[in-house]
Design a protein around this ligand. Structure first.
Ligand SMILES: [Zn+2]
Length: 485
């Protein structure tokens, strides 16, 4: 068989002021298959598919792999150029039996609310009706009719934190190769759960729901089940949770399976969502925690959801309350990083920290700091690959430690502190900018984990998000969006 692969991935927070342009994709690394895709780089899944194909004696053509950190709408010309390169590759190098794509599923560009649907439609046009098109998506995606019409099989991550990209990638490869060999005929059914929220799968009800989906797979003709959680801060007509079933041959059964699991998820809505704390409540809880390191997740400023990563609301309260033994990471502030690197290790200087990207970042905090350590490239390990934060500086002001970084990346690992030379034993409280992905790295070293809802960019009042395109018929904006349906 001949197999085509490509990656185009960014999560768009349509409320973010940060434009997603070429520099954002270049920072994360654009790879081109002709020159090789790397195991831990943007083309990681393509690398995996290439290895699986080779092991089975198939030939592979790797097209582009492009990824940008979550931020605002992608600049139109940038999206169109990357899309057109992938489509042109498929046209020039075809025919293909299988096309495997890793897309985010919540990418919005100027003029395109559904980038993935647009790309898939154009790929289908050049690949023809017989190529099996398989797509892996982040579960924070907006599943649309255009995606379903133009793909044969879609699989989303099941886990949040996203620890299962590789597992889902292997499943997609097998599913699509089987279909191309004529052993199965995948058809898809979708159910709109009409819910907008976030659902970490580390809590018991969600973990059980993931297990239920996996139990059903491989039985009764079900090839795959995916719950797309939706991405609350992406304003499109299709935003919200949707249940997807991929079934062998039977369209009615696919629709029924999607409905059955979707209704089951709807019934769990109160159990799978947990309220967060105000900043002061979170600090109080951390101070009252058992001995060891208390971790506070500042989810409103999670760059992984498109927030800037430079908000100062927690830092300001820590300073105002005179708390010590507090570490905050990562704080995105390339200007402050530059000042610290110029001043040098050990320097004492008046530093204006954070609060630069917009009103949701709060006001900058002015502190007289000591530059405790510098790094030319701070790297943390997260979700199975290294994540590079660029140049970094550890500054301290009266027992308050801030790790300043050049690149907008969320917290994955305590390496943010330890690699800068700041021992976790020196900290009572670690404040990390992340919603859920930090848990894999921080849970083993934390005596307590709490989350604060901000203020910040990613506000948690899901019923009050100022949507213009997403209709208002969703929970929790209305108690029962199915009433009268
Ligand atoms: Zn995600």
């Amino acid at each position: 068989m001949r197999i085509f692969t490509a990656t185009l991935s960014t999560e768009t927070n349509t409320f973010s002021a940060i434009p997603t342009g070429w520099s954002c994709f270049e920072e994360a690394g654009i790879e081109r298959g002709r020159t090789g895709v790397t195991r831990n780089g943007t083309g990681g899944l393509m690398h995996l598919w290439g290895q699986m194909a080779e092991a089975d004696g198939h030939s592979v053509f790797h097209s582009v792999a492009a990824n940008a950190p979550p931020a605002g709408r992608t600049v139109r010309a940038v999206y169109e150029a990357l899309r057109d390169e992938i489509v042109a590759d498929a046209a020039a190098e075809g025919p293909f039996d299988v096309a495997l794509l890793f897309l985010h599923g919540a990418m919005v560009a100027d003029g395109y609310d559904d980038c993935e649907g647009d790309l898939l439609q154009r790929l289908r046009a050049v690949l023809g009706p017989d190529t099996i098109i398989g797509v892996e998506l982040d579960l924070h995606c907006h599943l649309t009719a255009a995606m379903l019409e133009n793909a044969n099989a879609i699989i989303t991550f099941k886990e949040y934190p996203h620890i299962d990209a590789g597992k889902r990638g292997r499943e997609l490869f097998r599913l699509c190769v089987d279909a191309a060999a004529g052993q199965t005929r995948p058809v898809m059914g979708l159910f709109d759960c009409k819910m907008v929220n976030m659902y970490p799968t580390t809590t018991a009800p969600m973990a059980a729901f993931v297990a239920e989906m996996q139990d059903q797979e491989g039985r009764d003709g079900v090839l795959s089940l995916s719950l797309s959680h939706g991405f609350p801060w992406g304003d499109t007509a299709d935003s919200g949770a949707r249940m997807l079933a991929v079934v062998d041959g039977d369209q009615a059964r696919a629709a029924e399976m999607a409905r059955r699991f979707g209704e089951r998820f709807w019934a769990l809505r109160h159990a799978v969502t947990e309220p967060g704390l105000t900043i002061d409540e979170a600090l109080d809880a951390a101070l009252a925690a058992p001995p060891g390191l208390a971790v506070i997740a500042d989810k409103a400023d999670n760059t992984g959801g498109g927030a800037p990563g430079d908000s100062t609301f927690v830092l300001k309260r820590v300073v105002e309350r005179g708390l010590t033994g507090v570490g905050i990471a990562p704080m995105w502030d390339p200007v402050a990083v530059r000042f610290c690197h110029d001043a040098g290790p050990g320097a004492r200087l008046a530093l204006r920290i954070g609060g630069k990207a917009g009103p949701e970042s709060g006001d900058p905090v002015d502190l007289t700091v000591t530059v405790r350590a510098l790094s030319d490239e701070l790297v943390q390990w997260g979700l199975g690959s290294p994540s590079v934060l660029g140049r970094a500086a550890w500054v301290e002001a009266d027992g308050v430690h801030v790790i300043l970084v050049e690149r907008r990346i969320q917290a994955f690992s305590p390496e943010l502190f330890t690699k800068m030379g700041l021992s976790l034993e020196a900290l009572r409280i670690a404040v990390v900018k992340s919603t859920a992905h930090f848990r894999a790295g921080f849970a083993p070293v934390a005596s307590l984990i709490v989350t604060t809802v901000g203020p910040g960019t990613l506000l948690e009042d899901y019923g009050a998000i100022a949507y213009e395109r997403r209709p208002g018929d969703y929970w929790p904006r209305v108690e029962d969006p199915f009433a009268g349906a």
